[in-house]
Ligand binder design. Structure first.
Ligand code: C2E
Ligand code: CA
Ligand code: CA
Length: 638
């Protein structure tokens, strides 16, 4: 018969080229799938090569070459056994993730029984002629078990089908489609060859399958960022997962270009790209043997395995913080930020590691000179803490897990407690008490502060309603309003409605707002505040002296009371300047007609001075810490 080997030759050529591309591209080290794929290409090339050689030899029917024909045919049949088996291995390894080849082979040993048996048959074929025979005249004849080779291939195709369908959830959609594709192509090619014997399409099908795999699942270029040529974020995530599984030490140096967006905006993308390119070039030059990832438009990560390397890499990266770049003959100072993470493999929650890098980026650099942020146990704990608060807060708001504590405020003139401040408390099942400073800012960021404020205000009203004696004993209750609450249009009317709903006197409420609100003073804020004042609610300025408010702006708002921030108390008993400062503020504010509250009074000597200076109201641990409802009622004896 005259066989057509054109298809085989073309498959052979493109598989060799593909092999070359795959080998020269540097892939991530140690990837099992890569190694199986490489084995698969080599096998494909060998299979097709022997297919071509044996076809040529068989066609010649040369008695002198019968020995070599027999030998080549034997090797060809060995390939025919290995190809379906390795295709099966490859398919399983697609879903097996990080496990090693050894583990995989161990796990799949039952599937190796059939190929091993067939291998024995092929290797003993020289005496049994069960599969094929080459006669003395050089003729190639099929043996009685010749068809078993086809049946074997069919059995493996079925095994792959069943196994894939059984584990379809473990494959990505893309992987699943590609498995179906190669099974389909092999099916078509084998069927055509079975029908039209002289067109040798099986080898061609194999070549096509390997090519598809190369471009879809095993394309080394796909893992690269097209612009810098470094590995991309997807690869970083895979690599990190594997590195954590392995557990061997690794240290990361992250280089961030925080000003890139600004440069793009002000000078155009071509300048931004130029700077990015030069940074990438610098990193490549200073770390020629390291694994480098570009994990965000402006962020790179370099992996090091020894602390010595880590230090060298970090120091080289730190130079980027002072380096000026030339783009289009113009010098740009383009300070980078560097984040160092040593022993990254010890990070307690590997799945959120990329977020940790974002978190480091969000911290302002402590060392302005080198723009370096060094990760340590504390930053890791802070990150995990903040993350947990972020996760917990929406649940806490939904299930209303907050409490209100009250801190009594003492009148030095009347010698009794005349008012109290309502302060929110949140208890976390494992973290314990979360500071309101933390959860209030988080709630503001998440847009939950409005809901939270209303929940807490309701609790305050309910408490007062249930204990009317408080209304008789105290002059008012102070409730904190965050800037976001005051800046939301129409929000204050909700507080008014709640007070009405509980039938409480408006004059019993005083809202505390900080200087930040005062600086954002505008018509909308004015209307909100007017609504409160019209109802009879009074306002107090909180944390006076802590911020940077313009006194002018502060004066614009109609406060009846001003609370002097705790920080101004610092050292007043030791330092006469500090004392004079506090005293003058008290005198000034008193002259202007404000009621003054001194906040954070802890010690008797402080209290004595404040009394001398005529501060009427005192809030602080000296008298009482914030108390829960029950203890407060006991404390005030109502
Ligand atoms: P703030 O309004 O300045 O409240 C006073 C803070 O000082 C309270 O902290 C109080 O426990 C603390 N403090 C009082 N006396 C002393 C003292 O003698 N020494 C020291 N070291 N601290 C003292 P807390 O309860 O942790 O609240 C922190 C901040 O959280 C509050 O500062 C307030 O800005 C905010 N906050 C608390 N609850 C709420 C709320 O329901 N809504 C809003 N918007 N903010 C709240
Ligand atoms: Ca306050
Ligand atoms: Ca305060």
């Amino acid at each position: 018969m005259n066989y057509n080997i054109d298809f085989l030759i073309s498959s052979f050529v493109f598989l060799v080229m593909l092999f070359y591309h795959f080998v020269i591209s540097d892939r991530l080290e140690n990837q099992m799938l890569d190694r199986i794929f490489l084995f698969f290409i080599v096998l494909g090339i060998a299979d097709i090569a022997f297919d071509i050689i044996t076809t040529i030899l068989i066609q010649q029917e040369n008695p002198e070459l019968s020995g070599i024909t027999f030998f080549c045919l034997t090797l060809f049949y060995v390939m025919q056994i290995l190809v379906p088996y390795s295709l099966y291995l490859y398919t399983v390894s697609l879903r097996a993730g990080g496990s090693s080849l050894k583990e995989l082979l161990k796990r799949l040993w039952p599937a190796s029984v059939l190929p091993a048996a067939l291998f024995l048959v092929v290797m003993t074929n020289f005496s049994t002629h069960l599969i094929f025979e080459v006669t003395d005249t050089g003729r190639y004849l099929h043996g009685p078990l010749y068809l078993s080779m086809y049946l074997y291939a069919l059995a493996y195709a079925l095994l792959i089908c069943i196994d894939t369908c059984f584990h379809w959830r473990s494959y990505s959609r893309n992987q699943f489609i590609i498995i179906c594709e190669y099974l389909f192509i092999m099916g078509i090619c084998v069927s055509i060859q079975a029908l039209v014997n002289h067109i040798l399409l099986t080898g061609f099908g194999l070549g096509l399958c390997i090519t598809i795999l190369f471009f879809s699942l095993n394309n080394p270029a796909k893992t690269r960022d097209g612009f810098t040529g470094f590995y991309d974020i997807q690869h970083f995530q895979k690599w990190i997962r594997r590195a954590f599984e392995k557990g061997s030490p690794f240290h990361l140096v992250c280089i961030d270009l925080p000003r890139l967006a600004q440069v793009n905006k002000l000078f155009g993308f071509s300048i931004g790209d130029g700077l990015l390119n030069q940074t990438a070039e610098y990193l490549r030059k200073t770390n020629p043997h390291s694994l480098i990832f570009r994990i965000k438009g402006r962020r790179f990560v370099i992996v090091t395995h020894t602390l010595l390397d880590y230090q060298a890499t970090r120091d080289a990266a730190a130079i980027l913080c002072q380096k000026s770049f030339m783009v289009n003959n113009e010098a740009f100072l383009f300070p980078a930020a560097v984040y160092g993470i040593t022993n990254a493999q010890r990070f307690p929650q590997p799945e959120v590691f990329p977020n940790y890098i974002d978190y480091l980026a969000s911290l302002s650099t402590a060392d302005k000179e080198s723009n370096l942020i060094q990760s340590d146990e504390r930053t890791i704990q802070n990150f995990l803490y903040e993350r947990e608060v972020e996760r917990f807060l929406p649940i806490a708001v939904k299930e209303d897990l907050f409490e209100v504590y009250y801190q009594p405020i003492y009148s030095l003139e009347q010698k009794r407690f005349v008012t109290m401040e309502a302060l929110s408390r949140l208890h976390h099942p494992s973290l314990g008490m979360i500071s309101p400073e933390t959860f209030i800012t988080t709630a503001e960021r998440q847009g939950l502060i409005i809901q939270l404020g209303l929940l807490q205000f309701r609790k305050v009203c309910r408490f007062l309603k249930n204990h009317p004696r408080l209304l008789e004993t105290l002059d008012n209750v102070k409730f904190n309003l965050s800037p976001t609450e005051l800046l939301k249009k129409g929000h204050c009317s909700q507080f008014i409605s709640i007070i009405q709903e509980f039938g409480l006197p408006f004059s019993f409420f005083q809202f505390e707002i900080t200087e930040t609100v005062a600086t954002k003073y505008n018509e909308a804020v004015h209307q909100e505040i007017q609504a409160l004042l019209d109802a009879g609610i009074s306002l107090s300025l909180d944390d006076f002296g802590s911020g940077y408010a313009n006194l002018n702006v502060v004066l614009k708002l109609p406060f009846s009371s001003i609370k002097i921030d705790r920080t101004l108390l610092f050292n007043i008993t030791e330092d006469s300047k500090n004392a004079l400062f506090y005293k003058s503020i008290v005198a000034l504010l008193k002259n202007m007609g404000y009621t003054i509250v001194a906040e954070g009074v802890e010690y008797q000597p402080e209290l004595k001075l404040l009394e001398q200076w005529g501060v009427p109201l005192i809030q602080g641990y000296h008298y009482s810490r914030p108390l829960a409802e029950g203890p407060l009622l006991d404390f005030l004896q109502v």
